[in-house]
Design a protein around this ligand. Sequence first.
Ligand code: CMP
Length: 143
Amino acid sequence: MAVQRTLSIIKPDAVAKNVIGDIIRRFEENGLTVIGTNMTHLSAAEAGRFYAVHAERPFYKDLCSFMSSGPVLAMVLEGKNAVALNRQLMGATNPKEAEAGTIRADHADSIDANAVHGSDSEENAANEIAFFFSDLDLQSRLA
Ligand code: CMP
């Protein structure tokens, strides 16, 4: 399994619930390391640019409005198979379908307020990381 980097966003609902520490603990306990963090409050336009791939979807407007409703914590996670591992730890997009013990099963309230975002491929991870970070912001901690 190759070492990969992926983008995680702790969304406004989970930041407001003060469960940042619980979410990061799950990443660290499962072999992912945090190599960059950026707490920011996106504007609706910035959220729209980040989620541009969904621009034609019926949920796009609500998604952009929710993602700009409060601060988010963007993070870069590094580790073996990081893209898939992060998605496994998050659980299904719709918390009603998320497996017990996943971040979304434990912290998400709805498909919009679903606690976390994670890149769905290595290619998208590279683009999403570049949205929030420059290389100078990242500190790899591989041995
Ligand atoms: P996320 O992983 O951040 O990627 C896009 C987001 O759109 C998704 O999580 C959900 O929060 C939101 N969304 C709302 N409705 C849907 C839907 N029907 N299918 C997929 N994503 C949705």
